[in-house]
Write a new protein. Sequence first.
Length: 131
Amino acid sequence: MGDSLVHLPDKDTVEQLILDCADSVIDGGSVILSLRDYTQPAPTGPARFIPIRADDERIFTCFLETVGDVIQVHDILYTRQSDGWQQHISDYRKLRLDYRWVSEVLEANGLGIQSESLHQGFITLHARRTA
């Protein structure tokens, strides 16, 4: 659940995870996966900067870049110190998975899609093992 699926290193690993899930689920059992919809390229220019949260002690912003089949996420965190603000920067990548492809992989492994829902940019897929 959450946005974990897109943190896997590549689509082959996603397929292997789904295969492992399919092998582990009993008849009638369910697999529920969710992922952020990154099918569209990340915003560009000033729109790519996303304020995450801010309070008196921290300011957290990120920005996104589309790099082929991944979204490169750059986190910028400012924390208040006794002598001023300190900047911390990190980055990581997320796979740009199309939920329709994930659905196809689930179905190819014997997990029929029961429902798909979209809420605040997250797509949740409910698949069930059929006898």
